[in-house]
Design a protein around this ligand. Structure first.
Ligand code: TXA
Ligand code: MG
Length: 299
């Protein structure tokens, strides 16, 4: 990666498509492979809190406490950048997104990269723009295999533990604001600080918050029963109507999150034209799942 190669690696959330965050041409190649507009910012992954001040110039107390409490883990913080975080990383915005993943392979990789003088790995989810994030190495291969070169490597770390992307928290204001729901939940953040809930305040663009995102080719519905020949994703307590293809039947909210994206993908591999994903009830991770289902089903 220090030579500008691309490395697909597992994290606890989803697989990432990693490049040296300080190598402009490698970042450009990563954007091209992803098919993502260059104005969209990308998260920088670091091995520990120690590198935060390299990339971020202002760190409010609550942000520092969030780091101590939830890193390493599925949380990304948006902070005022230093001039080391270039426009090709931040999409020209004045903030940088930082995350310390807990996955052991990701940790080892970052530590090794830093021991050779690197300062961070820029990595979006390893899918084509707008599509479902991959949670297994196989899904990455299907999604990006044809776009990767000989030198590019996919590390197989098995299925991701969490299964939905990190919680994104805007830490540029007086209070933290949640821009993307994830496994670090509102209730968990609230233990550290009150949350800013004003939807109109943030100027920050987050592409996962475009409404249509995280979609498979199959049309996704969430607000009706499945018809014959369609797929169904729902908690195991919900029965499968006759003639419907059951794509997953998770027993818990955690299992629902972990299997959601692979289940959506399986609708495509089975050639289904429509899939119904029934929303789980509850706060926390259930809310993150509803958010992703909602986006996957958006027009
Ligand atoms: O769990 C995750 O966050 C995964 C793993 C690989 O770490 N990564 C991920 O990256 O989901 P990506 O690029 O697919 O989604 C990151 C989101 C995007 O919506 C992007 O706009 C936002 O984070 N983001 C990243 N840096 C930002 C910045 N400087 N300012 C505003 N938004 C930012
Ligand atoms: Mg993504």
């Amino acid at each position: 990666m220090a030579q500008g190669d691309l490395l697909v690696f597992p994290t606890e959330t989803v697989y990432g498509l990693g490049v040296d965050a300080e190598n402009k041409s490698a970042v450009a190649r990563m954007y091209a492979i992803k098919g993502r507009p260059s104005t969209h910012p990308v998260i920088i992954h670091i091995s520990s809190k120690q590198l935060v001040s390299y990339w971020a110039s202002e760190i409010p107390n609550y942000a520092s406490e969030l780091m101590d409490k939830f890193w390493p883990g599925p949380m990304t913080l948006l902070l005022k950048r230093t001039d080391r975080a270039k426009d090709f990383i931040t999409g020209g915005q004045d903030v940088v997104g930082l995350r310390v993943p807990s996955n052991e392979i990701a940790q080892n990789l970052l530590q090794e990269f830093e021991s050779f003088g690197g300062h961070g790995v820029a990595a979006p989810s390893a899918n084509r723009f707008g599509s479902v994030s991959p949670t297994t190495a196989k899904d990455v291969e299907v999604e990006l295999g044809q776009f990767l070169g000989e030198e590019d490597v996919i590390i197989d770390g098995g299925p991701c533990e969490v299964g939905v992307e990190s919680t994104i928290i805007d830490c540029t204001g007086k209070l933290p604001r949640i821009l993307r729901l994830g496994a670090v939940t509102e209730a968990m953040i609230n233990e550290i600080s009150p949350i800013d809930r004003d939807d109109n305040l943030s100027e920050i663009r987050v592409s996962g918050s475009l409404s249509r995102h995280y979609s498979p080719r199959a049309k996704v519905f969430h607000d009706r029963e499945p018809n014959e020949g369609e797929g169904l994703i729902a908690l195991s307590k919900i029965q499968t109507p006759a003639g419907v293809f059951r794509l997953s039947a998770p027993d818990s909210i955690e299992e629902y999150a972990r299997t959601l994206y692979s289940s959506l993908r399986s609708a495509d591999t089975q050639g289904l034209r429509a899939v119904v994903a029934l929303m789980p009830e509850g706060d926390g991770l259930a809310a993150a799942i509803r958010d992703r289902i909602f986006r996957a089903s958006a027009e």
